[in-house]
Design a protein around this ligand. Structure first.
Ligand code: 5AD
Ligand code: SF4
Length: 452
């Protein structure tokens, strides 16, 4: 059997796409391998969001070239594919920069992989079209067993692309305009996943709360409405969605946070900056106070809501005072975990052309201060759970015999002693200790349960 190795960079959408590529290739006789040196086919599923992410591809391709040569000495052929957002953004340029690459395929075309591989027997090929047909209609379903092997928590793409055009971001160019999948297709996929044993769905998209898919009633459904329907799917006990824009948190979605116990009280809602001036220059179209008020409204219906965010420091023109506004917003809102980045100018985006770029050393210093504060908040949140009881979705055996490991509603890894439970169950655990990344607890029998 031929073997394929897929390496994904960047966001959850790439993780999802990588699985779907593996599903397509399974129909062509490929099985997945975790060892690149064993692979007849190597796929790098790339990310273009920041320069560092994009450059990683080329250093990895250097390693792939050596491997390909070694395998060739042993008489084995290796095909190399660059997929994902670098493929979309750079297209044919990749073939010029890296002679090892056989196929370049964009995120909307990977259902064409079998055909592209056939062509690649005789020529180097590029497919970065946004085809009229829906790739999802052409992707095979993985077997029940394959789905099960991927775990009880699954990603489900409901929307792709973005129309927001934040001035720092390449996504509207690489992933294109916002397109929502119809409700019926999402429901089918959710039911198939649930039937195979999946218990938690994370709905993913570049801007998932802009969802506006066609409902079975012919009307346009919002994310709030879709979540309500998905909460009724037998077997699905947890729902999450990521990633979102504050402007798209509508009433229906906020209400869903209050009404749906399956919708986890943990929301990734990137704010990027706390300075109104910088938010304006980023084209985020809201102020710091509007974000604060939005969080208050969601917390009013879901008091135990925890938040995470993305931040960019050193956006062009950012002064010390602007940065302090970001620090103030972080202190005001309180985030339980976040991602923060130095601004990276991306070709073709408006912010890359702004004259007042912030020096690298200033960016580095601000990033360190911000990360320090975010880490303090994360640790405080984790320690605050000690003594509480949390529901834990069991995902796998723990590190030691007799241990189980799962996730809290806030995505914290939780370990506890048990041989009485099975993967996929939700178990009530009293947290007794917080490590730096995980929580440790003990099982609370139904009768012992105390309110969190
Ligand atoms: N520079 C730094 N960070 C960026 N992000 C997006 N574009 C850039 C950029 N040019 C960050 C944003 C976004 C996350 C996915 O990546 O914070 O929310
Ligand atoms: Fe990029 Fe998100 Fe802004 Fe869309 S909303 S342009 S994906 S940062």
């Amino acid at each position: 059997m031929k073997k394929v190795f897929v390496k994904s960079y960047g966001c959850q959408m790439n993780v999802y796409d990588a699985e779907r590529m593996a599903d397509v290739l399974a129909t062509e006789g490929y099985s997945e391998t975790a060892a690149m040196e064993d692979a007849d086919l190597v796929i790098l599923n790339t990310c273009h969001i920041r320069e560092k992410a994009a450059e990683k591809v080329y250093s990895e391709l250097g390693r792939v070239r050596e491997l390909k040569q070694e395998r060739a000495h042993q008489g084995q052929d290796t095909k190399v594919i660059v997929a994902g957002c670098v493929a979309q953004a750079e297209g044919r340029e990749i073939l010029h920069r890296a002679s090892v690459v056989d196929v370049v395929v964009g995120p909307q075309s990977y259902h064409h992989l079998p055909e592209l591989l056939r062509k690649a027997q005789t020529e180097r090929v590029v497919d970065t079209e946004f085809p009229i047909e829906d790739k999802f209609d052409h992707l095979p379903q993985p077997s029940r067993q394959k789905t099960l092997s991927r775990g009880v928590s699954a990603f489900l793409t409901i929307q792709e692309g973005c129309d927001k055009f934040c001035t720092f971001c390449v996504v509207p160019y690489t992933r294109g305009a916002e397109v929502s999948r119809p409700v019926a297709k999402i429901l089918d996929e959710a039911m198939r996943l649930a039937d195979a044993g999946v218990r938690e769905l994370t709905l993913i998209g570049q801007n998932v709360n802009a969802y506006h898919g066609e409902g079975p009633d012919g009307l346009v459904w919002s994310l709030g409405r879709l979540l309500r329907r998905l909460a009724e799917v037998p077997g699905i006990v947890r729902l999450r969605y990521t990633t979102s824009h504050p402007r798209d948190m509508d009433e229906e979605l906020i209400a869903a946070h209050g009404d749906l116990p399956a919708l986890m009280p943990y929301l990734h809602l990137p704010v990027q900056s706390g300075s109104d001036r910088i938010l304006d220059a980023m084209n985020r179209r809201h102020t710091g106070d509007e974000y604060r008020r939005l969080i208050e409204r969601i917390r009013a219906v879901r008091p135990n809501l925890a938040l995470s965010s993305d931040f960019i420091v050193g956006f062009p023109g950012e002064t010390e005072a602007d940065f302090e506004d970001t620090m103030r917003l972080v202190a005001d809102v309180g985030f339980t975990s976040s991602f923060s980045f130095k601004y990276s100018p991306r070709p073709g985006t408006p912010a890359a052309d702004i004259a007042e770029q912030v020096p690298e050393a200033v960016k580095a210093e601000r990033l360190a201060r911000l990360q320090n504060l975010l880490e303090t908040q994360r640790q405080a949140f984790n320690h605050g759970t000690v003594g509480q009881t949390l529901d834990v979705l069991l995902e796998k055996p723990g590190r030691h015999p007799g241990q189980m490991a799962g996730k809290s509603p806030y995505l914290q890894p939780v370990h506890f002693e048990s041989d009485a439970h099975r993967i996929g169950e939700v178990v009530t655990v009293r947290i007794v200790r917080a490590g730096s990344n995980s929580l440790f607890g003990e099982w609370v029998k139904a009768g012992d349960r105390v309110a969190a």
